[in-house]
Structures are given as C-alpha cells and as structure tokens.
Write a protein that binds this ligand. Structure first.
Ligand code: 5RP
Length: 224
C-alpha cells in the first residue's frame, strides 16, 4: 500500500468510531482530508463539526456538514486529527500544516482524541520531525534565542503565517524524552502562542494504516 492508501484506510476506519447525532472535532491535513471524504457517507448522522482550519472548513461545508464554533458546540465527544509523529504513549508532534493552535484548543475541548496516521508516523522516539513553535512575530528572535539555549535549532518557516497571523519556528535538535515538561517549558517563553507537542493531552486512540490494513492502538495497549 502507498502512504496515501494507508492514510485513507486509517481515515475510513475512524468513521466507525464516531458517535451519532453529535458535534465532532475535525483536524487538518492530508489524512484528515481523507477522513472528511469518508464522512460524506455518514453526514446525516453528524450534527455538525468544529473545524481547525479554513481548508477543513471548506471541505466539510462542501459535503454539507454544518461547521460551528466551539462556543456553539460546547465540549466535544470526539476529535479526529492526524499527526506528524506519534509514539507508543500516543504523545505527538503536530503542526506540520501550521494549524497547531486551533488543534491544541479543540483537542483540549474533546473527551476522546482519535489520531489517524499511516505507519511512517508511528515512531519509537519523537523528534526527527522538527517541532513547530508558533510565535508572535515581534518575539520571533527572542524566542529563537531561548530555543537555542534549550538545545534546539529553530528555523523560520518562510513565506508562512498561521491563520491567527503568527510565525512558525520549526525547531530540530530538542531533547523530547520528557515531552510534557518540554511542552510546558516552551509555552512559558513569552511570545510563544503554542507548540506542536501534544503530550499533556495525548491521543486516546491511534488508528494506524499499514501494509496489512488498519490497527486500532490505545495507550493501555502500548504502555510498559
Ligand atoms: C496540521 C497537523 C497535521 O495533523 C499533521 O501535519 C499531519 O498531516 P498529514 O495528515 O498531511 O500528514 O498537525 O497542523
């Protein structure tokens, strides 16, 4: 199976995990695009969606799923999103598509986070993928200096602004062995809006697409 076929298989399997007649959270990225494609078949069973990007909003509306704000939906029973890397504890690096701020908010507002991914994303150790750090533009160089002090090598994502008007420093070289500690430490730097470590609120379920089909992995099955 190609990487795209694995993404599509994982996305299709996640549809079976959705509750009926509820609002759902929808992430951003190519794997989520397959998920939205698969939602078309069950759209009448979905009350509406909270979207994390303009791209996902457009696709959801195109298939006739109402998009609402988090204020309208309240807490969500489920959030489905992709990842750039996910480890055995279901901690993730996200933000390759630059939607990390909205994704972190919707993840926090959701009872259950279902990550959908192809097997190239499932790693023993986080950190090969540079960690996206979203910054207020005026603080960019100060934040970069702090990230260097923490052992990182930040690189400005060129010609890119997030939907909230922020810049992204893609940061390699950080030691992510204690991802919760690192997530909190980076977010304490003034000028940082959010970073792409999803460890304080990891995924609850990983639906992984691989050569033999799909597999549903939970933290309890992977711990220890
Ligand atoms: C966007 C994200 C995506 O979930 C992540 O980049 C994975 O994308 P894809 O499904 O295209 O591989 O965090 O901000």
């Amino acid at each position: 199976m190609t990487q795209d076929e694995k993404k599509r298989a994982a996305a299709q399997r996640a549809v079976a995990l959705l509750p009926r007649d509820e609002y759902i959270g929808v992430g951003t990225g190519s794997t989520v695009n397959y998920f939205i494609e698969a939602l078309a078949a069950v759209k009448d069973d979905i009350r509406g969606a909270v979207s994390t990007s303009r791209a996902s909003t457009e696709l959801l509306q195109k298939i006739g799923i109402p998009v609402v704000t988090l204020a309208q939906s309240g807490r969500l029973p489920i959030y489905v999103d992709g990842a750039d890397e996910i480890n055995r504890s279901l901690h993730m690096i996200k933000g390759g598509g630059g939607a990390l701020l909205a994704e972190k908010i919707v993840a926090h507002a959701s009872e259950r986070f279902v990550c959908i991914a192809d097997d190239s994303k499932y790693v023993a150790k986080l950190g090969t993928f540079p960690l996206p750090v979203e910054v207020v533009p005026m603080a960019r160089s100060l934040v970069a200096q702090e990230l260097i002090r923490m052992g990182g090598k930040p690189e400005l994502r060129v010609n890119f602004l997030t939907e909230s008007g922020h810049e992204i420093l893609d940061t390699s070289g950080l030691n992510l062995d204690l991802p919760v500690t690192m997530e909190e430490a980076i977010n304490h730097i003034p000028g940082v809006m959010e970073n792409g470590l999803f460890a304080r609120r990891p995924a609850d379920v990983l639906v992984l697409g691989h050569d033999k089909g799909t597999e549903v992995i939970t933290v309890s099955a992977t711990a220890g």
